[in-house]
Design a protein around this ligand. Structure first.
Ligand code: URA
Ligand code: SF4
Length: 181
């Protein structure tokens, strides 16, 4: 059960992190059929980046390009995210990027609550392994999930630090939202 990792609070070495993440991906996520999104996906999208990343970005879920390539944020929203990362002075491979759910929801819909509930133990395990200093939620859905608060609004939340189990969390807009507006 990925939600009962013994790693919490430990200082995990880089090589150990790489092995833990690879094992999580290959032995649990890739073959996962815990929710209906498994029926239509081409590839799972585990996430990618530096296992020692200071910043961990959380998106909603894979889109069409991500589903085809098996990598997060590789379409137009990804181009925008890449610009934001560059603006921090970091390279994309110096941060970590993952999504709330690992399989594409058709029609660009948001993942449903039961899909999120099934999938987010993987995300939480990724965060426990990587132990970032800062989490950046991309969009309202990821913020609501992480804060366990369905009433949050982006306008009032954006730019205000929050706490997620001792890790600083910064809410921002979703890059796709910025592209549309
Ligand atoms: N939008 C997301 O939320 N995640 C991706 O990986 C791509 C687009
Ligand atoms: Fe499993 Fe998550 Fe994919 Fe659902 S979205 S099948 S829980 S990996």
């Amino acid at each position: 059960d990925v939600s009962t990792s013994p790693l919490t609070g430990e200082n995990i070495l880089r090589d150990e992190k790489i092995i833990r993440l690879k094992t999580l991906d290959e032995s649990q996520v890739r073959g996962c059929v815990k929710c209906r999104l498994s029926e239509t996906r081409k590839n799972t999208v585990f996430g990618e980046g530096d296992v020692d990343a200071t910043i961990f970005f959380i998106g909603e879920g894979p889109g069409e390009n991500e589903d085809l390539q098996g990598r997060p944020f590789v379409g137009r929203a990804g181009d925008m995210l890449n610009k934001w990362i560059a603006a921090t002075g970091l390279r994309r491979d110096e941060v970590y990027i993952a999504n709330m759910v690992k399989c594409r929801a058709l029609g660009s819909r948001l993942p449903m609550p039961d899909e999120v509930a099934m999938c987010t133990p993987y995300l939480e395990e990724q965060i426990r392994i990587i132990q970032p200093q800062v989490i950046v939620t991309l969009g309202l859905a990821a913020l609501k999930y992480m804060m366990n608060d369905a009433k949050l609004a982006m306008g009032r939340s954006r730019g205000q630090w929050r706490d997620w189990r001792g890790i600083k969390l910064m809410p921002t807009f979703h890059p796709a939202y910025i592209l549309r507006n």
